[in-house]
Design a protein around this ligand. Structure first.
Ligand code: PLP
Length: 499
C-alpha cells in the first residue's frame, strides 16, 4: 500500500517514508491510497486472539512494506505486560446494557496516548532502517501535559533515538510535572520553559524551521522529528482497539457477529475518532460515530452546521487534553469524505489559515450528518456526570471520559437509540485526581491535600488501586529541574546533543 498527501494526491510514498517524514512537504497529511477491508470472518477470528495478534491483523493491512518479523517486533516491544497493567491491554468494562467503556489507559502514563506512543518509536526506527537513514532521530516535543510524558515513556532507551520535551512552567498539573521531571532513560531530556504552552510550542516550531540549525544538526548526523498526532504512525495503532473492543464484546456474548455498535469518542485533535471512522470503513459493524467535545466545541458546531470556525474564545477546562481549537486530523477526514479531493482540502485549509474559518458544501454536510452525532458538555455537567456514574454504577471515570458519557446520555435522550455503545475511556481517573475528587465530594474534598493524599483518597472512593506508575512517583528522584527562557530552547537542544 502506498500513501498520498491530503493536499497532493499524485504523491506516492511507502508507509515507512510516510512515518519517517511525518508531514508532507506541501503541508498535507499522509493518508493510505485505499482503505483495506476486513471481513466478518476475520473479525470473528479476532475474538480468539490476543491484543498483539489483533494488532498484527490490522497493522499488516496498512504497513505493507514492513515485513512480518518487523511488525511483530514493533508490536511485541510496545504492548508488554511490563508496560501495561492489564493482560488485555485495552479491556472493555460493561457499565449497563448499552454503555461499554473501552479502557485505553492501562499503559505507563495512564492516558490513551500510550496506545500509539508505545509503538510509534519502533515503527519509526524500523522506518529509518528501511529507508537507509543512518542519522540519529531527535524527537522534539512541546507539550501541554499528556503527550510529553507519553512520548518520553515511548522513546526512552529506544536505540537510535533521543527525545527532548519542553513544557510550560505554568501550564501543566502537579502530577504531570512530577511525571516529567522524574523521567528515567538514557536518551531523554526535559526542560520547563518560562511562559505558556504557546511559548513552548513556538520555540519548538522555530527550531524545526531554522534551516541553518538543521544543517548543523545534519553535519552531526542528527535528524529532527516530531511525535505529534499528525504522524500516520500515531494514527494507525489507534484503529486496532476499536476492532479489539468489538472482538471482546463478541467473545463475551454481548453482541452477535455483524451486529452494529455505536462508538463515542471524547475528541480534541480528531485523531482518536478518525481511527474509529477508518475502522468503520474497513468493515467494522458501526452505526453512529458520536463526537464529544468540552466547552471548546468547535467540532460540535462543524458537524452540526458545516461551518468550521476557530475564531472564538478559548476555554481552559477540567478536560485539558481536549482544549483545542484546531483539530488537525480533521483534514484527513475531509479528504476521505470528499473522495480524495485534494484541491478542495488545500483550499479549505488555506481559508482556515487566513480567515480562521471555512464552510463545506451541502453534499459533504449531509454525508457527515449521516455518519456522526455531535454534542458538547461544560465543566459543571462533566462533574455531575462523574458523580452520577459513581452513585449509579459504582464506577469512577476521568473528566475526558465523562464528557463522552454525558454526550452519549444526551444522544440517548434525544434519539431513544439504545444500540450497544463503546465509549472510549481516554484517561485513568487517577491522572486527573483533583478534578475527579471535587466532582465526587465538592471543593472541600481537596483543600490542603498533596497529590499523594489525593491519590490515596481516590483509591478508597473508587475501590480501584492506584496505577503503579503514579504511586511510584513518590519515591522517584527529580532529575530535570532545568527552567529556561524561550529564547534559550535551541541552546538546550545543543547542550543535550553536545554540539
Ligand atoms: C489527547 C486526548 C484526548 C483527545 O484525543 P484526540 O485524538 O486529540 O481527539 C482525549 N482524552 C485524553 C485523556 C487525551 O489525552
Amino acid at each position: 500500500m502506498q500513501y498520498k498527501s491530503t493536499r497532493n494526491k499524485s504523491l506516492s510514498v511507502s508507509a515507512a517514508q510516510a512515518i519517517k517524514t511525518g508531514l508532507s512537504a506541501e503541508g498535507g497529511l499522509f493518508v493510505p491510497d485505499s482503505i483495506p477491508s476486513v471481513s466478518l470472518q476475520t473479525i470473528d477470528e479476532m475474538s480468539e486472539m490476543t491484543y498483539n495478534e489483533r494488532a498484527y491483523t490490522i497493522l499488516k493491512e496498512f504497513l505493507t512494506d514492513y515485513t512480518e518479523e518487523e511488525l511483530l517486533h514493533c508490536i511485541n516491544s510496545a504492548y508488554t505486560k511490563e508496560k501495561f497493567e492489564t493482560a488485555n491491554i485495552a479491556p472493555v468494562y460493561k457499565l449497563n446494557n448499552s454503555q461499554y467503556f473501552l479502557e485505553l489507559w492501562h499503559g505507563p502514563t495512564c492516558a490513551f496516548k500510550d496506545m500509539a506512543l508505545q509503538i510509534l518509536p519502533h515503527l519509526l526506527t524500523t522506518a529509518m532502517k528501511k529507508t537507509n537513514e543512518d542519522n540519529e532521530v531527535i524527537i522534539l516535543v512541546a507539550t501541554s501535559g499528556d503527550t510529553g510524558k507519553a512520548a518520553l515513556e515511548g522513546f526512552r532507551d529506544v536505540d537510535g533515538t533521543r527525545i527532548i520535551v519542553f513544557y510550560p512552567s505554568d501550564g501543566v498539573s502537579e502530577i504531570q510535572k512530577l511525571q516529567m521531571v522524574t523521567q528515567e532513560g538514557n536518551n531523554v531530556s526535559v526542560a520547563a520553559v518560562n511562559g505558556n504552552f504557546d511559548d513552548a510550542q513556538n520555540g519548538v516550531k522555530k527550531i524545526f524551521t531554522d534551516d541553518v540549525y538543521k544543517s548543523t544538526l545534519a553535519n552531526n548526523r542528527y535528524k529532527l522529528s516530531s511525535a505529534n498526532s499528525i504522524n500516520w504512525g500515531r494514527l494507525v495503532p489507534q484503529i486496532v482497539y476499536y476492532f479489539s473492543a468489538y472482538a471482546d464484546m463478541l467473545k463475551g456474548n454481548e453482541i452477535n457477529l455483524g451486529d452494529k455498535i455505536n462508538i463515542v469518542v471524547p475528541t480534541g485533535n480528531f485523531g482518536n475518532i478518525l481511527a474509529a471512522y477508518y475502522a468503520k470503513k474497513m468493515g467494522l459493524p458501526v452505526a453512529k460515530l458520536i463526537c464529544a467535545s468540552n466547552k471548546n466545541n468547535v467540532l460540535t458546531d462543524f458537524i452540526n452546521t458545516g461551518v468550521y470556525d476557530k475564531t472564538r474564545e478559548f476555554y481552559t477546562t477540567i478536560s485539558p487534553s481536549m482544549d483545542i481549537l484546531i483539530s488537525s486530523n480533521l483534514e484527513r477526514f475531509l479528504f476521505d469524505i470528499s473522495n480524495g479531493d485534494d484541491t478542495l482540502v488545500a483550499s479549505l485549509m488555506k481559508e482556515l489559515n487566513e480567515n480562521g474559518k471555512y464552510e463545506i458544501g451541502q453534499v459533504l454536510k449531509s454525508r457527515i450528518s449521516e455518519l456522526f452525532f455531535a454534542g458538547c458538555c461544560d465543566d459543571e455537567k462533566t462533574k455531575a456526570t462523574i458523580n452520577k456514574c459513581k452513585s449509579d454504577f459504582g464506577y469512577v471515570i476521568d473528566t475526558h471520559t465523562a464528557v463522552a458519557k454525558a454526550v452519549h446520555d444526551e444522544y440517548i435522550e434525544k434519539t431513544g437509540d439504545m444500540t450497544k455503545t463503546v465509549i472510549a475511556s481516554t484517561a485513568s481517573p487517577f491522572k486527573f485526581n483533583e478534578s475527579v475528587l471535587i466532582a465526587l465530594g465538592g471543593c472541600e474534598a481537596v483543600v490542603g491535600k498533596d497529590e499523594f493524599t489525593l491519590l490515596d483518597e481516590l483509591s478508597v472512593q473508587s475501590g480501584m488501586s492506584i496505577p503503579k506508575s503514579l504511586a511510584d512517583l513518590k519515591n522517584k528522584n527529580r532529575i530535570f529541574d532545568l527552567v529556561c527562557e524561550k529564547e534559550q530552547m535551541q541552546q538546550i537542544v545543543s547542550d543535550f546533543l553536545n554540539i
